[in-house]
Write a protein that binds this ligand. Structure first.
Ligand code: ATP
Length: 136
């Protein structure tokens, strides 16, 4: 059995990662999912959360916004709105986005606006969490 599989992480504005990977762990809707070479095919959606992938024995962490993943035995492809390494996260920007969303949630909003604001709050909180956890 191969020791690696090909991983592509495509964000809306850039190719975040393209290369070999030994192990991928995603946060799926029902919890953490580990993917190793030879995994059975599947497609699932990815909520805003954390992912980590191992290359050459080293784990790399990232904050990901909503997307999808296709898993095949020799390849996984992630398409997501955004993806950042912990060290790329601008903490001040995320704090401002969090405060902005919290303020909007105190105002009267349509259902659509409410869901958009809640999603923005999730993205900001996720960025803050991953930056604090992995960027020392
Ligand atoms: P903001 O309101 O600050 O723009 P957002 O959650 O609406 O935040 P997104 O639409 O998710 O932003 O992302 C737009 C682009 O900005 C993406 O390229 C994303 O990687 C980047 N980005 C957003 N917030 C941050 C941040 N705090 N640090 C670094 N990059 C960020």
């Amino acid at each position: 059995m191969a020791k690696t599989f090909h991983l592509e992480i495509i964000a809306a504005d850039r190719v975040f990662y393209q290369g070999e990977c030994e192990h991928l762990v995603i946060t799926a809707i029902d919890g953490l999912m580990g993917i190793l070479p030879g995994h059975e095919p599947l497609v699932t959606c990815l909520p805003t959360g954390e992912l980590k992938y191992m290359t050459n024995g080293v784990w790399h962490y990232a904050a990901i916004s909503e997307g999808f993943i296709q898993v095949l035995p020799d390849k996984s492809v992630i398409l997501a709105d955004s993806c950042e390494l912990p060290e790329e996260i601008d903490i001040k920007r995320a704090e401002e986005a969090k405060e902005r969303a919290q303020e909007q949630l105190r105002q009267k909003q349509s259902i659509k606006e409410y869901y958009q604001t809640q999603a923005a709050l999730n993205r900001a909180m996720n960025r803050l969490k991953i930056s604090q956890k992995h960027f020392k």
